[in-house]
Design a protein around this ligand. Structure first.
Ligand code: GLA
Length: 382
């Protein structure tokens, strides 16, 4: 056999081997996993981690212990390709800089408390004010800006438990609050978020996640073409400071009626007082059904990619926010400038300013009781 021929046979054999290795790889079903890596350090030297949860279908969620933030969420589209559907940054530095709660856990109190003031058991509490005269999303250093302790939950679906102990008086809130948040990625392409908390003094609590979604893929323009359906017959109208007036208003005949699937952009510039106050949608919807039971909140579809997001929650409300304050100044993943309405949020929650509205479902937590809340983000394709 000539040298040439034997080389040819050898490379053919190598190619065949490679092909069978590839075929084998394809046939081997992917398994679910959770891995931990370093995401950098805070100014005080504290180590920040990033956990990556994967399921057998290839869906992936990366979550950092800084602010408990969802850094990336890769879901499949109609074309079979995965895209990252949440706004955010490639590295910790991005999250440490100025940004509107990308992917973050927000608390102790997600959303606004009027004038940063409430009364509990006859006592006045003054919170850190950071949104005009109001307190927003927990104050100056809320749950989005603290370091959580991560723990992989063994057995079952890939699951990450985050714990943060908020000290008595932190940001003005009474009581030591032990907050836990567990992110679980199920085999059915659901990112499940379980919240629980206990306190040693009467306090208020309302924790949520502030992810900005773009189902076409983050950085792929605005979300006005996304089609939204909300299980909400009522919403809570607001004043100029986006504080609820106290009314539960029917959505009937308003741009807030999403009971039938409607494009986000269809009525976002309507000549409607509430739309004007929010600069678009930035309102709390009253979720139909019984609070405390897991029930449907929203179904969002993106016609081009075919991606579908279904949200369900045990919470009484959901803040539907259309990224009206994004203005292109924040440069996110890959240096993309996040323009106005390039993401939407569905923040499952108790109603804003509940501590000052005795008629709203209560946000008071007492020692011996446990705060519990669950939200599911389920992804599919149509
Ligand atoms: C929430 C609020 C908005 C805005 C964003 C962050 O969704 O309701 O008004 O503050 O957070 O920019």
């Amino acid at each position: 056999m000539s040298l040439k021929t034997s080389t040819a046979i050898l490379s053919l054999t190598a190619a065949a081997l490679m092909m069978s290795a590839c075929a084998q790889k394809k046939e081997t079903p992917m398994s679910s996993s959770i891995t931990k890596a370093s995401f950098g350090k805070l100014a005080d030297g504290a180590a920040v981690d990033i956990y990556t949860l994967k399921n057998a279908a290839g869906m992936e969620a990366a979550i950092t212990t800084y602010g408990g933030r969802i850094v990336s969420l890769k879901t499949v589209g109609r074309d079979g390709k995965f895209a990252d559907v949440v706004l955010g940054f490639d590295n910790l530095e991005g999250y440490l800089g100025d940004n509107p709660y990308f992917g973050a856990l927000v608390g102790r109190y997600g959303n606004r408390i009027a004038k940063g003031h409430f009364k509990l058991d006859g006592k006045d509490y003054k919170l850190a004010v950071n949104n005009g005269v109001n307190s927003l999303h927990g104050g100056l250093k809320g749950f989005d800006k603290v370091l959580w302790t991560g723990r992989e939950v063994p057995g079952g679906d890939p699951s990450l438990e985050l714990t943060y102990v908020s000290k008595d008086g932190e940001e003005g809130y009474p009581g030591t609050l032990t907050q836990k948040v567990t992110y679980t990625l199920t085999a059915a392409n659901e990112l499940k978020i379980d919240y629980s908390a206990t306190t040693d003094q009467d306090t208020v609590v309302n924790v949520t996640n502030h992810s900005y979604f773009n189902l076409a893929g983050q950085g792929q323009g605005d979300v006005l073409g996304h089609v939204v359906q909300l299980s909400a017959a009522k919403f809570t109208p607001v004043d100029a400071g986006l504080i609820p007036t106290g009314e539960l208003k029917s959505v009937e005949g308003t741009p807030f009626d999403f009971r039938q699937p409607t494009a986000i952009g269809a009525r976002i510039n309507a000549a409607d007082e509430q739309i004007k106050l929010g600069g678009g949608y930035d309102h709390n919807f009253v979720v139909d059904g019984t609070p405390g039971t897991l029930r449907p909140v929203a179904r969002v579809t993106e016609p081009v990619s075919g991606r579908v997001l279904e949200v369900s929650t045990t919470e009484p409300g959901v803040q539907f926010y259309t990224g009206n304050f994004l203005d292109g100044t924040v440069k996110g993943k890959g240096g993309v400038a996040y323009a106005k309405r390039s993401g939407f949020c569905l923040e499952t929650q108790h109603f804003p300013d509940s501590p000052n509205h005795p008629d709203f479902p209560t946000t008071t937590l007492k020692p011996g009781a446990e705060y519990k809340s669950t939200t599911l983000f389920k992804f599919s394709v149509q």
